[in-house]
Design a protein around this ligand. Structure first.
Ligand SMILES: [Zn+2]
Length: 219
């Protein structure tokens, strides 16, 4: 898997191309402070600028100065922790929205039986509930790592279920599609933030080289 999107984004905190897979677009909101857009598509809020999906880069723009210069409008300072939380919450919303869209579009194999089937194909992403704790989940993870596919642990099975119209979901395979690209990028970005619904992420190829980057699922 190559780095997907962020390489052409210049991080206004680092004044350098984003090294991460994911980048966040920032704009000045109606309240005059910085607001995040993880889709990068909506072009909401007029002129925007990018940071890496990295809490350090987000915290570094909290004083508003770098963003003011980039968007050519005054941007009010907010506490760094508040801006990091704002970024994480916005990323979670987009992640769950994309997951719901993927399900409705038929691009998500939900549950252990359909996941196993979908993992025979190519180009997928595995999502596992970090509170699933079943041997089938561990097997699915090991299978993904062995095949060089990305894996994201998500808190929790209840939230995976809510996003896909079920009660509790332990495993989802997002099949090769624009959803797979989007959700993989979002999962990689969210995993860098503290206390988000993506509690761990392993990029398939790098994980396969290094052995599993995910700690054993000890539930
Ligand atoms: Zn950065």
């Amino acid at each position: 898997m190559t780095r997907r999107i962020a390489q052409d984004r210049t991080c206004v905190a680092e004044r350098a191309p984003c090294a991460r897979d994911a980048a966040i677009r920032w704009f000045a909101g109606p309240d005059g402070s910085a607001w995040p857009d993880w889709t990068g598509r909506a072009r909401v809020g007029g002129r925007g600028a990018w940071t890496c999906a990295d809490p350090a880069c987000v915290a570094a723009i909290a004083d508003g100065r770098a963003l003011s210069r980039a968007v050519r409008a005054p941007v009010r300072a907010v506490p760094p922790s508040e801006l990091v939380a704002r970024a994480a919450a916005a990323g979670e919303r987009v992640f769950l929205e994309r997951l719901g869209l993927a399900t409705r579009a038929g691009a998500a194999a939900v549950g252990e039986a359909s996941s196993r089937e979908a993992m025979r194909g190519a180009g997928w992403l595995l999502l596992v509930a970090d509170d699933a704790g079943e041997s089938g989940v561990a097997r699915a993870e090991a299978n993904a790592i062995r095949k060089g596919r990305p894996v994201a642990r998500v808190a929790s099975g209840g939230r995976l279920g809510a996003a896909t119209g079920r009660d509790f979901v332990s495993v989802i395979v997002i099949q090769a599609s624009r959803f797979e690209t989007d959700i993989t990028r979002l999962a990689a970005g969210l995993a860098a933030f503290p206390d988000t619904l993506v509690t761990a992420f392993a990029d398939g190829e790098r994980a396969a080289e290094a052995g599993s980057e995910l700690p054993p699922n000890g539930v």
